[in-house]
Design a protein. Structure first.
Length: 86
């Protein structure tokens, strides 16, 4: 199922990034730098629902092993979730 989920999330990301969500060329708002783009955030949320992780605590533990290879490395880094390599 991992391959099917990877393919689905990749296709969803490409569709969202290319056709649905606004372009990155628009000026960014003030505030801290983002860890994820809007398309990546939607894909993480979809993966959480499809993998049936209703608890945020359980999802934060499971996400790095289930979808960590699909998301930018800093998202599951030390500063954000308290685990991983520096």
């Amino acid at each position: 199922m991992k391959t099917d989920l990877d393919a689905l999330l990749t296709a969803l990301y490409v569709h969202l990034d290319d056709h649905v969500l606004p372009s990155r060329e628009q000026p960014l708002k003030c505030g801290p730098n983002r860890l994820l783009t809007d398309a990546e955030l939607v894909c993480v949320a979809v993966a959480q629902v499809l993998l049936r992780h209703n608890s945020e605590r359980h999802w934060i533990r499971a996400a790095p092993t289930r979808i960590g290879h699909l998301v930018c490395p800093t998202f599951f880094g030390v500063g954000f979730l308290g685990s991983g390599a520096t």
